[in-house]
Ligand binder design. Structure first.
Ligand code: EPZ
Length: 444
């Protein structure tokens, strides 16, 4: 079955929506519950596919997960953790990258772990070399086999270590944290990611009894402890979803009040949004993003790790840049292949050219390696409707924004991908007066 959304574009998105817990935090906090000797409670949990996948995976490992979807409250009972059947894990393979973060907790609890085929958006190679190297440094035995990666704990248990990350990888930082908190002795992690989602995971681990310090030079120090208890925690809001709706307001000439949006997590996005010509009002409930009229202005933008402009904010904003006057330049420095979505935008009339050069002030890992990781966007260009297919999660939301901004009626196929990271997005579109019609057609 192919999910298709018919979108009648050319109408501004106007109204109020709510964003709940962050897609790139909640599943990690769920995995952290594996480390606790007692149950945990997580609040502000969104109803998204990534949460479902991790709930299922935890269930396969004997964790009882009770999720009150309407209240967004999840209880996790990890007392009877057990090894899952491989066939069951394989069935969930390819659905997410989160399974790799089960390794540390399972090695502590059961002495072994298995990594199935991982999922995640097709925006680059998505290697896991940092993760495997980190687990080896803790003393784990990592064995790559044809069916997946088998990992086992040494007889003397996992021991604290020193990790120097070649790049501030979010996943590798999480891998280190989830393993170090119960390892014997101290762990030093240098070159760590310090995104708000990482800091909220540290909040959770500290509530469980962990001892973690974060220095200003991206060094994280962990003192291993013997036992951790369950936590009660409310997730930070999803700053990527909030920024996606903000970009949709700009691209459609709309006005969207995003309840739950949190200014401190979005400082860099708000600066860029203002420089492009967007306006925002911050109140106690969230942030109102709107197009104040007049021209949008082109900009030169470079994505970076926190506190820079987040790579996941880039794709939705590029659609708004097609409506800005002049030439905008975007240099994507986190992923090597994150402009695939621009093909559909060009089909709708956008003038976007991609380059293998680093078109930004700082040369990045992808310069001169034939990765098309810089883009030049010329605007404003009127977008016209087209039949398009969603390539990945954030690119998919960008396609949705483009269809909403374009004149005419577009058919956006594969729209269900968006439910991986955007809770109730069809309901929210209707709350914003979008003229959309969802259908499922048998694959042609
Ligand atoms: C997380 O992915 C997020 N996903 C991504 O969001 C986000 O874009 C990314 O962090 C960067 O902020 C989740 O949290 C589920 P990385 P992750 O490890 O952890 C390289 C979305 O749409 N690398 O920080 O997989 C990697 O190739 C998604 O919500 C290695 O080389 O990202 C990339 O170039 C997309 N070896 C860079 O590091 C490794 O072992 C950053 O990746 C691991 C990563």
């Amino acid at each position: 079955m192919t999910s298709v959304l018919r979108v009648e574009g050319g109408h501004p998105l106007i109204g109020t929506i709510t964003v709940r817990g962050a897609k790139n935090f909640v599943p990690k906090a769920m995995v952290a519950a594996l480390l606790g000797d007692t149950p945990s409670e997580l609040r502000n949990v969104p109803l998204i596919r990534d949460v479902d996948v991790v709930s299922d995976l935890l269930g396969l490992h004997g964790v009882h997960v009770d999720f009150d979807q309407s209240r967004g409250v999840m209880c996790l009972e990890p007392t009877n953790v057990e090894l899952a059947r491989r066939s069951d894990i394989d069935a969930l393979g390819g659905a997410s990258r989160i399974p790799i973060l089960f390794c540390g907790p399972l090695l502590h609890r059961l002495g072994e772990a298995f990594i199935p085929e991982l999922g995640g958006c097709n925006i680059g190679g998505r290697p896991i070399d940092f993760h495997l190297e980190i687990l080896r440094k803790f003393g784990a035995n990592v064995e790559k086999r044809p069916d997946g990666i088998h990992i086992s704990r040494p007889a003397e248990g996992l021991r604290g270590t020193v990790v120097d990350l070649p790049f501030p990888s979010v996943g590798a930082t999480e891998q280190t944290l989830l393993t170090a908190v119960r390892a014997e002795g101290n762990t030093t992690l240098r070159g760590a990611a310090v995104e708000p989602e990482i800091m909220d995971l540290i909040n959770v681990l500290q509530k469980m009894g962990a001892i973690i310090a974060v220095d200003t030079d991206r060094t994280i120090r962990v003192e291993g402890v013997d036992h951790l208890q369950g936590y009660r925690h409310t997730s930070l809001p999803d700053r990527i979803e909030a920024a996606s709706w903000a970009s949709a307001a700009l691209a459609t000439g709309g006005d969207i009040h995003v309840l739950g949006a949190h200014q401190p997590d979005m400082t860099t996005f708000l600066n860029t949004f203002r420089k492009v010509g967007g306006a925002f009002d911050i109140d106690s409930e969230g942030i109102r993003f709107y197009h104040p009229g007049g021209e949008l202005k082109s900009i030169a933008l470079e994505t970076a790790v926190h506190p820079g402009f987040m790579t996941d904010w880039q794709q939705p904003l590029v659609v708004a840049l097609t409506q800005a006057s002049g030439l905008s330049i975007v240099h994507e420095t986190v992923y090597e292949n994150r402009f695939g979505f621009t093909k559909a935008l060009r089909k709708m009339g956008a003038k976007i050219q991609v380059y293998k050069e680093c078109l930004g002030s700082t040369p990045c890992r992808f310069g001169q390696r034939n990765f098309l990781h810089s883009a030049v966007i010329s605007g404003p260009t009127p977008l016209h409707a087209a039949d398009i297919t969603v390539p990945d999660l954030r690119g998919g939301f960008s396609h949705l924004i483009a269809a909403l901004a374009a004149e005419g009626t577009s058919n956006v196929a594969g729209i269900d991908v968006i439910s991986r990271g955007y809770e109730h997005f069809l309901t929210k579109l209707r709350q914003l007066d979008a003229r959309v019609e969802y259908s499922e057609s048998v694959r042609a």
